[in-house]
Design a protein around this ligand. Sequence first.
Ligand code: ADP
Length: 421
Amino acid sequence: MGPVKPNHSGRWLWAAVVAAGLGLIVTSVTGRSEILQDLLAWASLGLAVIAIVLFTNEQSQREEDRLQGEGRLKLLQEDLERQRQNVDALGEGMDVAILVCDERATISYANRAAKEMFRTQDPAGRSLLAITLNYDLEQLALLAGRDRTEQNAELTFAYPTDRVGLAKAWSVESLPGRVFVTVVEITDLRRLERVRTDFVSNVSHELRTPLTLIRAMAETLLDDKGKDKELFERYLGKVIEEVDRLSGITSDLLTLSSAESNPVRKAPCDVVEVFSNVVNQFQSKAAEKELELTFEGPEHLVIEANTAQMTQVAINLVDNAINYTQAGSVKVSVSASEDEAMVTVADTGIGIPSDHHQRVFERFYRVDRGRSRTLGGTGLGLSIVKNIVESHGGEITVESALNRGSTFTVKLPLGASISEG
Ligand code: ADP
């Protein structure tokens, strides 16, 4: 708004009245000279007219100023409303939970993310503790309000689900009695960190075992200086076994890492061809254990997939089925429904207890560590399979009962290009 102008209009009105009055008085006093009388009358009239014109001018100027003031006020109000809408849109659109409370931690505003995070419809007027069921968060807000300091903490929320969040509470000098609280959810981040540390410690453990064995055997052979020929041959054979295990682990780790990090390059892939080829490759291994290894399916089933990765899935599943079956059969079958391809690998082997069904897909998880080790397993086969299947938009499940065999089922979306023969 511009500077306020002084109000002179009353003065001009008075000037007009005084000029007119003065004219009348002078006219009556100088009644004897007609010329003088006329001159004075005209002069007073002129003065009065000028004063009236000035008065009218000022009136219209004031009216103009008033209208301008009202216009500016309206603009300011509109601007204020736009800013409020911006803040609302920002608050509602952000994935960070934002809460505004008073100094006693009573909520006056909560954005969409906060309502979703704490599953509440209308938290305004309720206490922060009642909404979040988190005592530490309430203390953070109370402290920020009381000490006028910024408070930060990593908090664990148990309600409505287990979550980890980075909470911050602060207040602003110019807005007394108000405390702002934000919570950034970092549950996934912390989970990934845990997976990473578990993975590193698992890898170290897996590598250390064969390395320790190799070192112990090498030392024994060195001490013996080749005197015991039978020990020499046996230990060297074991060293080769452990080295093979190490290279198995490293190659599985590389496969897993490439399956996790590289985007899947898909092309038309005949799953029938992939699985029947792998079944053929494993015939001699199955025959060694006198197992019946069969394949059944249509002539072709083409889906959008990465053929190399599908071959890896087939190898890992068929290899496991043979490894963990002492007698009976391994049956691989491929079929298609309207929108997905289904592959099952069923064996009559040792089976998996039900409480291990989900865990067998975790990296390095084995039901029986000793047995897996004897069979040359790395504990990574099924996690590689799960990773590849899921990166193709599919899923893998297992049905199994102890000593009655296992059936692994892979379902894959057919994708754009499909032909069944
Ligand atoms: P491994 O290299 O030990 O076979 P995998 O990741 O392939 O590792 O499998 C994880 C664990 O799941 C195995 O150690 C084994 O205990 C169990 N398992 C996998 N396939 C079968 C199966 N067909 N029958 C019984 N147990 C199985």
